[in-house]
Design a protein around this ligand. Structure first.
Ligand SMILES: Nc1ncnc2c1ncn2[C@@H]1O[C@H](COP(=O)(O)OP(=O)(O)OP(=O)(O)O)[C@@H](O)[C@H]1O
Length: 219
């Protein structure tokens, strides 16, 4: 029996009547980091949305964790998604957002204080997200995703807004997650992030995927 966390074959997607993904195949194993790279408009976000069960494919077979991706509570217990900026709760601070995540998603992977420290938010913990900088808000989104338990992290341009130093720290955080058995699929324009996480790179070009390299796990 396959232990793959993600198995996609023959995935085709149309948006607005135009083909965006054509016959895409993708696999990801436990402990693996996959970086989906490609030009603007290549279909990276669309692929991630399909993996998250947020966009129905025109055709193809998708298996994520135990079956087809589905936008329901059972699926989201195991999957954490960081994509577009979330809607922040009015009146709650950065710390309180993490406390909320911690309370809802037990058992948490990280305590709130450790997450604030790891994501370099201690000094701004009592500010509301709206009062944070773009990069600080992105760090808060990532902190919430990494604090909660999951088996699969789907990240759409996690580097968005992050400075060079924090991108390096993010690489360490993601490799730690994968070393503990988690799977990461990230769409990224940051080749350094892809390389420093030793990600297997999948190139999307004209809606089709090709594997560029496979360095993690020695495969
Ligand atoms: N709602 C939509 N209706 C029609 N076309 C869409 C829609 N959303 C996206 N597209 C088109 O689908 C294609 C793929 O978009 P997608 O956002 O997946 O690309 P991407 O690789 O993530 O790009 P970027 O690097 O700019 O984030 C693009 O050509 C885009 O214009």
């Amino acid at each position: 029996m396959s232990t793959a966390i993600i198995t996609v074959s023959g995935l085709s997607v149309e948006l607005g009547g135009n083909p965006v993904l054509r016959d895409v195949g993708l696999t990801a194993d436990p402990g693996e980091i996959v970086a989906v790279v490609g030009a603007n408009g290549a279909g990276k976000s669309t692929l991630l949305r399909c993996l998250a069960g947020l966009h129905p494919p025109r055709s193809g077979a998708l298996r994520v964790l135990d079956g087809p991706p589905r936008d329901d509570a059972g699926f989201w217990r195991d999957v954490a998604l960081v994509g577009d900026e979330p809607a922040w709760y009015p009146g709650l601070t950065a710390r309180e957002h993490l406390e909320l995540t911690h309370a809802v998603h037990a058992p948490a992977r990280l305590e709130v204080g450790a997450a604030l420290e790891s994501f370099d938010l201690l000094e701004r913990a009592d500010a509301s997200p709206q009062a944070l900088s773009t990069g600080q808000r992105q760090r808060l989104s990532l902190a919430a995703a990494l604090l909660r338990p999951s088996r699969l992290l789907l990240l759409d341009e996690p580097e968005r807004g992050l400075d060079e130093m924090f991108r390096e720290r993010l690489a360490t955080i993601l490799t730690g997650y994968a070393d503990a058995g988690g799977t990461v699929v990230m769409a990224t324009h940051d080749h350094r992030l892809a390389e420093s996480t030793r990600a297997r790179q999948v190139v999307l070009e004209a809606g089709q995927a090709t594997s560029r390299s496979r360095t993690r796990n020695g495969a």
